[in-house]
Design a protein around this ligand. Structure first.
Ligand code: ZN
Length: 430
């Protein structure tokens, strides 16, 4: 089979302007139904309830990661750098394009309740009987496994892995720029052209020329801004909590043998933990939202109330605490119980710092292929950017997580006159 398309294909993209496809395999992967499904999965989950512009999909992000990877590789090839293994071009491009293909609807909330993992699903969709698998096998019988080895970070060449996942990778560069664009948060942007120009393959790793240090500082600063302004936004966390509670309640009812008036396929399979690749393909956000709309009529008052809250954006209010006061929280749970509410559904303590994100980890992240961001000096010496930049050191040292206590203010208001004064104060009720 000819690898090149007779004519280059171009996608218009608001972040990168254009996305260029030259390989037939890439084009066929984009047209596979499992990849097209990503149009129906939002990149930022429930963030659209906080930032109304954040409706962009995993489809556009995946194309963006592919395009950044393509640009990096063409630059390595243009420089004729012997440290870049040319034969890995297609592997790197496919892995970049497909790295998020296993994301489910509102991934993080579903994963927390059902113990699934999107990375595991990415691998299953590449290895099992799917359109993606068929396209990949046209390259070579073991090509799907090769892509999976990049996703699992076990590929024998760390440089290929680090293009797609590292502290300065195509994935992060795309989602930071894209999420900043669609949320309208300008301080999330940075000069990607400059960063791409100073990246170099070097002894099996990707490094940055020393002269690019300030551009990388700017990128890490944008990471910092996006985490605290967008990703950890307490209102978004509130909508994630509601979602998690919906799935938790539905699963609980299902396990108790509750006869749902409506249960869309394949949610029963999800509750049973028995999903096939075909079931997973069907699981998308329109399906989940339709199910929620049906459940607003469900007889279980907890489930129907939570679904209405999610769909109509009647989110839980929150109060901020530096340190949780356990005795006070116990008392609050008791007060909720006395008021006829359910503390395991109507009170949720949240701490965003449990998230696996850090602005920067000096010395690298844990796991294979997880190197620090390395600066390449004129003399050929490598150094961790944290050893050279005071800004990066300060960013890496910031731990400013605070606890938030979430609760349905409207329900509490109905009973607040019977609550002890300190509990009323805790919830900000008069
Ligand atoms: Zn991604």
């Amino acid at each position: 089979m000819r690898h090149e398309l007779p004519e280059e294909k171009v996608f218009k993209d608001p972040v990168h302007k254009y996305i260029y496809v030259q390989d037939r395999i890439i084009w066929n992967l984009i047209n596979a139904r499992e990849f097209q499904r990503l149009r129906r999965i939002r990149q930022l989950g429930t963030s659209y309830l906080t930032f109304h512009g954040a409706e962009h999909s995993r489809f556009s992000h995946s194309l963006g990661v592919y395009e950044i990877t393509r640009r990096i590789i063409s630059q390595f090839e243009r420089l004729g750098d012997a440290d870049w293994p040319k034969e890995e071009r297609l592997t790197a491009l496919c892995a970049a394009l497909l790295h998020d293909v296993g994301h489910g609807p509102f991934s993080h909330s579903i994963e927390a309740v059902f113990d699934t993992h999107h990375e595991e699903w990415t691998c299953r969709l590449l290895l099992e009987d799917t359109e993606l698998n068929r396209v990949l096998r046209e390259v070579a019988a073991d090509f799907p496994e090769r892509i999976v080895s990049v996703i699992r970070k076990t590929h024998e060449k760390p440089i290929v892995v680090s293009l797609v996942t590292s502290q300065l990778d195509a994935d992060r560069m795309d989602f930071l720029l894209r999420d900043a664009y669609y949320t309208g948060t300008n301080y999330g942007t940075f000069d990607i052209d400059r960063i791409l120009r100073v990246m170099r393959p070097h002894k099996g790793l990707i490094v940055v020329k020393e002269s690019g240090m300030h551009a990388v500082e700017d990128y890490l600063m944008s990471r910092y801004q996006m985490y605290w302004q967008v990703y950890f936004h307490p209102v978004t966390r509130s909508s994630e909590i509601i979602l998690r509670l919906i799935f938790r309640r539905a699963k609980e009812l299902y396990r108790e043998g509750w006869k749902f008036a409506h249960l869309l396929h394949p949610l029963g399979r999800l509750f049973d933990g028995q999903m096939t690749a075909d079931d997973y393909f069907r699981l998308d956000e329109p399906l989940v939202q339709t199910q929620f709309m049906m459940w607003t009529e469900e007889k279980d008052p907890l489930l129907s109330d939570l679904c209405r809250r999610f769909l109509h954006r009647r989110l839980y209010k929150y109060t901020t605490m530096d340190e949780p006061d356990e005795a006070l929280l116990d008392k609050a749970r008791e007060a909720l119980q006395d008021a006829g509410l359910n503390p395991s559904y109507h009170l949720e303590l949240d701490y965003p710092y449990d998230h696996p994100y850090h602005v920067y980890r000096p010395g690298g992240e844990s796991g294979p292929g997880a190197q620090p961001i390395l600066l390449l000096g004129d003399n050929g010496e490598l150094s961790d950017i944290a050893d050279r930049s005071e800004i990066v050191r300060s960013l890496a040292g910031i731990h400013r997580g605070r606890h938030h206590l979430y609760y349905p203010e409207d329900l509490l208001l109905k009973h607040h006159d019977r609550m002890p004064a300190d509990i009323r104060r805790l919830f900000g009720l008069a």
